[in-house]
Design a protein around this ligand. Structure first.
Ligand SMILES: *Cc1c(COP(=O)(O)O)cnc(C)c1O
Length: 433
């Protein structure tokens, strides 16, 4: 296949024709072209090598170009890349379901596969609504969530994202009106105060007859602000959901597969949701895939009442190639000393990031498992700070006032030092202006 674009000008074409996430097309900041990626390194077209601090947005937990994942993809590719899931099935999907049922807490044991995190949130919301319809409580259609959340970019998922950072005012006619409690502020159980959940409690007590489910990100609020909250909040949410006959949906798309130090963040509060969304790291960053897990009671109730089916079915549901890589990625994770790696990453965060707490211009330093966050007083100049990071040999993608990293679990202690030295010195330069 001959190239349509010249080696010297393909980037010019790309820049004028291809959208990037949350960016303008005309007048966009430049993107850095990647030629190759290996382990924790991204190699740019001009041969500069960067240590990846982002795991390609939480997903590439084993690093890039992993021989085991490559081999799983190749083997599956030689059998079949895809077949429809309506009326057909395949071993990779069954194997993946078996792994997910085994790893997640009981009684989560029924699995719906879909294409992306956002779609899994749509699926979870529809599942909750269909459940209550089947239980002859069709008035339970609303969601209750907490501010500062992020659940994806499709319209159903957007409707439960933070109304301000999610720019709800632009899309008022297509977004459902859900209920929003203030975001939790207490970070540790030791500092717990009941006032933190008073607003949430008041909303669920008043509106439970209309509420199908609570949806939230357990323990870590990701793209809505990189905030962490106390397990006690989650325990109380679980108890309030039980009291008021409301389902609990845990969006573990970012937190799942070990990032916070436990395999799933819900484990830190020792609670089990009724519905759990998984995505991002599920294929180790190779392909897009997500899964929604639920209980036999919920799947059974939906299946045995009109319309006797769950009303969702994407074209690429349970894509065999993605499932095969997910199976290999999960096995790699479970066989690896991932808890030790997360602990080592966390320790490096403490050494390098905590001292920044006293700097002028730093609002807060936050660390949770394999996630390290510097919150600045003011938004960063994206183009300038990105250039500083790249010049220092690291890939970090801030947003607003937040400069944060969640590196691949395989990062070595030495690479961790390089990543965080570059991170803190670039931020120091940025603050000096
Ligand atoms: C990324 C993310 C999503 C959306 O997943 P996509 O695969 O980008 O659609 C949903 N919820 C959370 C918590 C996420 O971090």
């Amino acid at each position: 296949m001959p190239n349509l674009l010249h080696d010297s000008s393909w980037l010019d074409f790309e820049r004028t024709h291809v959208w990037h996430p949350y960016a303008p097309l005309e007048g966009a900041l430049p993107c850095y072209p990647v030629k190759h990626a290996q382990g924790v390194h991204l190699t740019l077209e001009d041969d500069r090598k960067l240590i990846d601090g982002m795991s390609s947005w939480w997903s590439a937990i084993h690093g890039y170009n992993h021989p085991v994942l490559n081999s799983a993809a190749r083997q599956q590719l030689d059998r079949m890349a895809h077949v429809m899931f309506g009326g057909l099935t395949h071993r990779p999907a069954a194997e993946l379901a078996a792994r997910l049922v085994k790893l997640t807490p009981e009684p989560l044991e029924r699995v719906f596969f879909c294409d992306s995190g956002s779609v899994s949130v749509e699926v979870a919301i529809k599942m909750a609504i269909q459940y209550w319809h089947a239980k002859k409580q069709p008035e339970k259609q609303r969601m209750l969530t907490i501010r500062r959340g992020y659940h994806g970019d499709t319209c159903g998922a957007m409707a439960v994202c933070d109304p301000e950072t999610g720019m709800h005012h632009l899309f008022t006619q297509v977004l459902s009106e859900h209920l929003f409690a203030d975001a939790p502020t207490v970070v540790n159980d030791a500092d717990w105060q009941d006032a933190d959940i008073a607003g949430f409690r008041a909303l669920i007590e008043t509106h439970h007859e209309q509420i199908a489910a609570v949806i939230l990100e357990p323990i870590v609020q990701g793209a809505g602000g990189m905030r962490f909250y106390a397990p006690e909040y989650l325990r109380q949410v679980r108890a309030l959901c039980n009291t008021h006959n409301v389902l609990l949906i845990a969006d573990e798309i970012a937190t799942g597969f070990g990032r916070t130090g436990t395999l799933f963040a819900c484990e830190q509060a020792e609670i089990v949701p009724d519905i759990m969304c998984l995505g991002k790291a599920i294929t180790g960053g190779y392909m897009t895939l997500a899964a929604v897990l639920t209980t036999a009671e919920i799947s059974g109730t939906i299946s045995t009442n009109a319309p006797n089916a769950f009303m969702h079915g994407p074209t690429f549901m349970a894509n065999p190639l993605a499932c095969a890589v997910a199976n290999a990625s999960i096995d790699l994770l479970i066989e690896s000393p991932w808890q030790d790696r997360i602990a080592a990453i966390s320790k490096a965060f403490s050494q390098h990031l905590l001292p920044c707490q006293v700097w002028d211009g730093i609002a807060e330093v936050r660390i949770k498992g394999g996630i390290g966050v510097l919150e600045l007083d003011n938004p960063v100049d994206m183009a300038a700070i990105t250039r500083r990071f790249v010049d220092k040999g690291v890939w970090i993608r801030p947003f607003g006032k937040l400069v944060y990293v969640m590196p691949p679990y395989i990062i070595s202690d030495e690479e961790m030092d390089q990543l965080l030295t570059a991170m803190t010195s670039a931020v120091a330069e940025e603050l000096r202006g």
